[in-house]
Design a protein around this ligand. Sequence first.
Ligand SMILES: Cc1ncc(COP(=O)(O)O)c(C=O)c1O
Length: 402
Amino acid sequence: MTDVTRKDFDEVMVPCYNPMSVIPVRGEGARIWDQQDKEYVDFAGGIAVSCLGHCHPVMVEALTKQANQLWHLSNVMTNEPALRLAKKLVELSFADKVFFANSGAEANEAALKLARRYAVDEFGEHKSKIIAFNQGFHGRTFFTVTVGGQSAYSDGFGPKPGDIDHIPYNDIKAFEAAISDETCAVMMEPLQGEGGIIAPTSEFVQTVRELCDKHNALLIFDEVQTGNGRTGDFYAYQGLGVTPDILSTAKSLGGGFPVGAMMTTEKLAKHLKIGTHGSTYGGNPLACAVAEAVVGHVSQPDVLQGVKEREGLFRTELERINAKYPIFAEFRGKGLLLGAELNDDWKGRSRDVLVAAGEEGLMVLIAGANVVRFTPSLVITPEEIKQGFERFEAAVAKLYNA
Ligand SMILES: Cc1ncc(COP(=O)(O)O)c(C=O)c1O
């Protein structure tokens, strides 16, 4: 029985989204079913969130166990799942300390506020400049959306938070020109996601680290999309050989349950003294219990190795389809954060590919008008991958032959 439809969205929801016409009602592994019981293979994973697919037993068990035990306390008291999760995240990274939030934007907001507070405490008010990158994406709070490099998202809301400069990603000369002793922090994605799946060159990322050290600027890695195994390392920085001072994580951290975290060193963390920052829900027992289970599972070496193997399967299938129906110029990204850039003849048509795939029973994503993006479950099975690409091939063939 269906008593709500896509039409209701336009009636009762704020129109800041334009959702697809289908309404999924259940999911299992890398498959979802809509209201009419049509089945889809899910290569989108809720935009790099559903890292264990839908309703993975590890997550369901953690959630239901905690749901029968304790849901919420607020930060007036700490709780066991939050403490266990924080210990696990510290163990898996450079960080000594963790602050919990509910989303990527909130984790980034905490990161930026910590960087500003540290600079004010240690160097004075003048050290306030933040360097960020064109096409970067860091969330939708006013601070984070302004640090993000897409003014279309931050324009039109009145005066913006100040002292934020944007420069081209991977441009060493522009970076050298932009950084100074007044730079408080550099915020970057260690692989740009929303901006089109753009990896940093190793020379660029090394230079960023070196110049941050030289100018006492903090390096913030936004690993909201790349973190928790997405690139085949638990965090992307571990595959780059460059360690940030602050790291934000969310999305896959909860595998579908909203949770985010800002992680940093002891030296920096002490600047967020009692009362300087906070959140009602951040570190909520229910969220942390799920995240603890997700992190415990994803961080296992065989799961991380499996991401690299699946990347190989994705790339092989994409090359195969492109040899028959050449619409793509390039495949890029790392692990299961992959982008297929359309060639000149197909420029601007990524949404057409997404819609055609949907009609064939496959969910994919886009990253801008020229890139089709894939961020599936990290444990998607080879059979699900094969079936998904049969559908992708049918969609591409239909477009190509139209
Ligand atoms: C790199 C990056 N940072 C931050 C965010 C914002 O996360 P959230 O939507 O959970 O606030 C996103 C979301 O797409 C992201 O990709």
